[in-house]
Design a protein around this ligand. Sequence first.
Ligand code: DX5
Ligand code: ZN
Length: 250
Amino acid sequence: MMYLNSTGQGLRTESPSLNTGALLVIITPSILTANYCELGATMDEAIAAGIEWIHLDVMDGNWVINRTITFGPALIKSIRERVGPDVFVDCHLMVTNAEENWQQYVDAGVDLVIFHVEVVDDIPALINNLHSSGCQAGAVLNPATPASAILPHLANLDLVLVMSVVPGKGGQSFMEEMEGKTREFRAAIDAQIAAGGRATKLMIDGGIKAHNIAQVADWGIEVAVVGSGLINDKGTIAENLAEIKQALGA
Ligand code: DX5
Ligand code: ZN
């Protein structure tokens, strides 16, 4: 399976130890638990550890239940400049007006905009706008939202994100009850690919750690967001990432 970054070059697809049956999952850090005054150094540390994808959580203080405000296009632009063009950057929009301000995130340099289906009225129009601007389009759904909210749009989506926590903060507990919905998407995407359609990526976000990464890989996840499991004071990003990769058999 090929994952394209902003320069159209392939990201690493094969685990160096594929022959040992290692599960293939791209690990992308969420920076919610990072020290924002040290963010540049944290980005350098992540890339030095082998990270090729950065997950940026945008909260506008309105949409998420605990009214959290994180950051916006200005910080994203600085992160893009720091990591360079070859690192894949997504923004997870937990905002009330993605249909009005998506262009600002594209202009800030993201490769992929991920919008919540619960808060977008015209999903086909937003997907079309993103693609017309050369940006990938992803849709995310809250734990309580059924897969049927996204399935009609699957053929045009570059990514589907299954939340395994209720959005709003890092460090929450993983919701195992997302297994059924995740496997439903896996089956739908595999059928779409088998019919010659788009190789939509399947991502999970919330409570992912070394102890459950192999479980979600078995569900069919290809990309896993890891926040407090990677950026914490228990170890360096490289040490925490090595633990996760070991759990995947890589
Ligand atoms: C929550 C965010 C997640 C979160 C993940 O609303 O969308 O990306 O930061 O952090 P952990 O891995 O700590 O649950
Ligand atoms: Zn997120």
